[in-house]
Design a protein around this ligand. Sequence first.
Ligand SMILES: [Cu+2]
Length: 309
Amino acid sequence: MKRILFNNASGFLMVFFAFFFAVQVRVSAEAAEMPDYEHHDHFMQGMEMPDMKAGKVAVEIKTEPASIKPGNPETITLVIKDAEGNPVQEITPTHDRSLHVIIASQDFTVFSHIHPEDFGPITPEMEKTGEYPVHYTFPKPGRYLIGVDLAVKDELISKHFDIDVAGEPGMGMPAADFSGKKKFGDYEVTLSAKPARIATGKEVTLTYNFTENGKPVGDLEPYIAAEMHVAIISTDLRQFMHEHGMLPGMKATEQEMHHMMMHHGGIAAKFGPVIEVHTVFPVRGVYGIFGQVMHRGKVILTRFMVEVE
Ligand SMILES: [Cu+2]
């Protein structure tokens, strides 16, 4: 069994991160292959770090088998503990699930959004031990981000980890594609940012517009108790955000958002074609934006890239 600790560390490690980050942002902006890219990240592998960011709750992940191979069904266990190291038993479901797990490959070609409930009901054993397994088959070698979102009592917790899947060739960086208009099957989807130039630390509205064979899609359906689920991931995998879409003009306060996460906002049975996502990008860089909506019982996965200045 192997433990992999999350990478949003704080404290003394900040100094290191500030340095590595400066290097990585430049690389991302060029979206180039960088031979040294993997090197400076590897010192993180297997290091244990205390959880200092999320108050009292610590999230760890364990993988079985320890060495992850592509094409092999793997078990990823999310371990939720309190400050004393005891299992956390009061997970509050958010969007109808105990935990939300996002898996994305570093080249952004692989994306998955799964939950312990996808594999069966939450058992008393899971609640007792604070260990929640999900199962996943990584399709190819390389580095993956594992994002985890949950709520304990009334505190929302978001963590992310890196996992290296063994084998060659390693994974390249995503191809830079900042197009705001893309086809996903029969759907044409536009994504526009307001303001158009996205600045670090400033609120931005991402507006999606869905058409199907040229017709506006007015009958999108709720997907896991939200209008839209959006994962935002930086190309260096150091930033991860799980946001939710809403209808235009429905921008909620922080408090209302919190309430909706916990207790479900009133979501219309049918809506569209426009959905808005409000977010703040924490640092400069290139980000992948993976949005999921439901239409006629099927999930549409959209992928875009934006640059944050
Ligand atoms: Cu989810």
